[in-house]
Design a protein around this ligand. Structure first.
Ligand code: NDP
Ligand code: GDR
Length: 329
């Protein structure tokens, strides 16, 4: 082991894990990632820099595996990004979602308590905890009212993080992050679903995309900006919780308009509303206030909503064009 700072990331194969790993490598860290056993590889997002990472096998549902990993790696910082993170799946698999997204947090915290209480801990909390928002904009003091099993699980994860900080004096922080997106976003999330579909429609591979509620409003930012805030939270003198958001809100419909328009298409010609994408309980409006993070962490986003949607549409168009070229070669 070297003298460099060591970070362990759970969820390193996900959108945020991949960006955070790159940031930490750039900052001179030894970066280790937890990966779970799978019959096919899930390394697509980290492929370009995988040789610079240490990957270890463990699962958030297995307490001993987490203790073993922490004992082996002895990180200075742990970023807990692993979760069942797709809201609709949380109604289909509420028990699994609770096990990974809620209890999984306690397993990581228990591993820290047993192995080394000096390890700094970041918990990926979510604006979904505000759910049926009790006030607008939402701040660190806004009451939670989750509207999905996922949101409920994240509320547990948030409070157990606060509780371990207060019970054991851990440097444990909860980042309440609003939606953040990128070309690495999973294809089932609405922004990526739209930019990917718009690119395929542009290239004549499809003619329409079926979506749910076009009126719901989200506070969307760029994932690369948001992982910077995670790192900043663990560099402070004292542990605290922060809202991270763009402080703007837009409808799903507006997002569609920007994406299709950017590729020279009219969104009304291609977007169809399909009841199967409506949720049993919707979160209608999220709008964050990140004033505390801006003041105390010196954080601010660099990519605007419009730039974000356009860069995602451009990336998907390039990807689809590459696929077509490879298939015809
Ligand atoms: P992703 O869904 O892209 O990534 C989730 C990661 O968790 C994947 O690496 C996945 O591994 C891993 N994982 C899932 N289950 C387990 C398990 N049982 N054991 C170990 N690893 C597991 O999520 P994002 O990157 O978008 O989000 C990162 C975190 O931030 C999540 O906790 C999410 O809930 C939270 N969050 C995200 C926001 C967003 O807008 N993106 C906003 C607020 C919070 P595999 O590749 O094997 O599936
Ligand atoms: P969200 O993101 O649920 O906010 O959770 P998602 O992109 O799935 O939905 C955002 C909004 O778009 C509406 N919507 C659709 N959503 C999807 N997925 N597919 C559709 O076809 C569609 N049509 C309309 C939804 O109803 C919703 O209102 C994300 C995840 O990353 C969480 O893990 C994270 O905690 C929160 O963001 C903050």
């Amino acid at each position: 082991m070297t003298d460099k700072r060591r970070a362990l990331i759970t969820g390193i194969t996900g959108q945020d894990g991949s960006y955070l790993a790159e940031l930490l490598l750039d900052n001179g860290y030894d970066v280790c990632g937890v990966v779970r056993r799978s019959s096919t590889e899930t390394f697509e997002r980290i492929m370009d820099f995988k040789s610079r990472l240490t990957l270890v096998q463990a699962d958030l549902t297995d307490q001993v595996s987490m203790i073993d990993v922490l004992s082996e790696i002895r990180p200075h910082e742990v970023y807990n990004l692993a979760a069942q993170s797709f809201v609709p799946t949380s109604w289909k698999q509420p028990i699994l979602t609770g096990d990974v997204t809620a209890l999984g947090v306690t397993r990581v915290l228990e591993a820290i308590r047993v192995v080394d209480k000096g390890i700094r801990f970041y918990q990926a909390s979510s604006s979904e905890m505000f759910g049926h928002a009790q006030e607008t904009p939402q701040t660190e003091r806004t009451q939670f009212y989750p509207r999905s099993p996922y949101g409920v699980a994240k509320v547990y994860g948030h409070w157990i993080t606060v509780n371990y900080r207060e019970s054991y004096g851990l440097f444990a922080v909860s980042g309440i992050l609003f939606n953040h997106e990128s070309p690495r976003r999973g294809l089932e999330f609405v922004t990526r679903k739209v930019t990917h579909a718009a690119a395929r429609i542009k290239m004549g591979l499809e003619s329409e995309v079926r979506l749910g509620n076009l009126k719901s409003k989200r506070d969307w930012g760029f994932a690369k900006d948001y992982v910077r805030a995670m790192w900043l939270m663990l560099q402070q003198d004292t542990p605290d919780d922060y809202v991270i958001s763009s402080d703007e809100t837009h409808t799903v419909g507006e997002m569609c308009e920007i994406a299709f328009d950017h590729l020279g298409l009219k969104w009304q010609d291609h977007v169809r509303v399909a009841p199967e994408f409506y949720r049993p309980a919707e979160v209608h409006l999220l709008l964050g206030c990140s004033a505390k993070a801006r003041e105390k962490l010196g954080w601010q986003p660099e990519v605007s909503f419009e730039q974000l949607v356009k860069l995602m549409a451009d990336a998907d168009l390039a990807r689809v064009q590459r696929q077509i070229k490879n298939e015809s070669a």
